[in-house]
Design a protein around this ligand. Structure first.
Ligand SMILES: Cc1cc2nc3c(=O)[nH]c(=O)nc-3n(C[C@H](O)[C@H](O)[C@H](O)COP(=O)(O)OP(=O)(O)OC[C@H]3O[C@@H](n4cnc5c(N)ncnc54)[C@H](O)[C@@H]3O)c2cc1C
Length: 377
């Protein structure tokens, strides 16, 4: 259960474009006296409450206690893209980010979630270990991907194991993590509340106007960055999946082409998928559904006898590489306000959320040192 929220009205609504009649939500754990105290401290706002926004907000609120952190978002769990993601920790390489940085993002996220998966918190967070394999129709150039040493027990499939996949010539077996965001995001929200965080519901139409109220702005708007900051590099990569009842299927199987995957989870198996770049449709497509079932049954015949129990379409926040960097806004009064971007994670936002959140935290801290904020009313 997400922490209870109080309904308040406050002047902040002037720069919001509330979707539901001006509802302003503030975490119940924030008392009036807490609000008074934090008004004197550094004010940070995080735009977006998907896995990237909430991870970033938690990292800042827990690490920089002198900051008062507010999350403003149009949508919350269970209605974000993150909620529908299969949530398997896995990555491809981005072209414009140093490999060392991508390795760090992966390792930090993996280790963070591994500690949760191996603790008593696994059930309440929806973070579990998941073992299986990725198989390739042709032997890939990079047989040992950059994340191989960070997952558990990475190895190549034996010829005997590969016999199960007659269309495939090569395979990798490993244990990774499945992070189910419909459970993980409510838990992160609660954790944020415990760290003193506040939550407001509304659509931000102009980041510049936030600079009049906040000392630091963090942009975790995912695909929303396309319009919010006019980032023409942002594009949707449509993904359709099915939720499937087949509790006897325990191990994941992924085709190396990224189009077909079977990921057993806590309550159902996720069958996917599609990767349709530039496609904004959120409706379920019957042709896609049939294609997913046909490909998944061929890859994992043990699915026969199961049944479809759900369907979902989401738009991955596509970008050649994620944008994790700072730019500076100038207020009408001439103050410089840092705008830290953390968006554009494509098909790997659950995988990289914690690692990029730590980098965003580093940028917030660095910006505050560089330009200590002047008091805002
Ligand atoms: C079918 C499918 C399967 C996937 N499987 C995986 C997987 O197995 N592993 C993996 O790592 N990733 C997976 N992904 C990718 C993953 O879902 C994304 O990378 C991730 O959700 C991005 O998180 P985010 O927080 O940036 O975006 P989102 O979850 O979209 O959150 C963005 C937030 O910003 C808010 N927002 C946007 N604009 C505004 C605005 N103007 N004002 C206020 N708020 C705003 C939104 O309301 C939302 O709360 C999958 C995606 C799809 C579609």
């Amino acid at each position: 259960m997400v922490a209870d929220r109080l309904l308040l009205s406050c002047p902040i609504s002037q720069f919001l474009n509330p979707p539901d009649g001006g509802r302003i939500l503030v975490n119940a754990e924030s008392s009036e006296s807490q609000l008074d105290t934090t008004m004197q401290s550094v004010k940070v706002v995080v735009v977006g409450a998907g896995v990237v926004g909430l991870s970033t907000a938690v990292c800042i609120a827990e690490t920089l206690p002198h900051c008062s952190v507010t999350v403003i978002s149009e949508r919350f769990t269970p209605d974000t893209t993150s909620d529908g993601a299969a949530g398997i920790l896995f990555a491809s390489q981005f072209p414009d980010i140093p490999l060392e940085q991508q390795q760090r993002w992966f390792k930090e996220s993996f280790d963070h979630l591994l500690a949760i998966a191996q603790s008593s918190k696994s059930g309440e967070t929806g973070v579990i270990l998941s073992s299986g394999c990725q198989v390739f129709k042709e032997v890939p150039a990079d047989k040992r991907p950059f994340w191989a040493e960070h997952v558990l027990g990475f190895r190549f499939l034996s010829d005997r194991e590969l016999k199960r996949f007659p269309d495939h010539k090569f395979g990798q077996a490993f244990t990774t993590i499945k992070c189910e965001c419909t459970t993980y995001l409510p838990w992160l929200e609660k954790r944020f509340g415990k760290a003193g965080g506040k939550i407001l519901n509304g659509k931000v139409s102009d980041l510049q106007r936030l600079a009049d109220t906040y000392d630091v702005i963090v942009n975790c708007s995912g695909l929303g960055a396309h319009s919010l900051v006019g980032d023409a590099k942002m594009h949707p990569i449509r993904g359709q999946i099915l939720k499937f009842h087949a509790p006897w299927v325990k191990n994941f199987v992924r085709d190396g082409d990224g189009h077909t995957y079977i990921y057993p989870g806590v309550n159902s198996v996720t069958l996917g998928g599609t990767r349709q770049a530039g496609d904004w449709r959120l409706e379920v497509d019957v042709g896609d559904r049939e294609g997913i079932l046909e490909r998944c049954f061929r890859l994992e015949p043990a699915l026969h006898g199961g049944k479809v129990v759900g369907k979902w379409v989401g738009l991955r926040p596509g970008r050649e590489s994620p944008r994790v960097e700072v730019e500076w806004l100038r207020t009408a009064g001439g103050q410089e306000v840092p705008l830290v971007h953390n968006y554009g994670h494509g098909g790997f936002g659950v995988t990289l959320a914690w690692g990029t959140a730590l980098d965003a935290l580093g940028l917030v801290r660095q910006s505050l040192l560089q330009h200590p904020p002047m008091a805002k009313l």
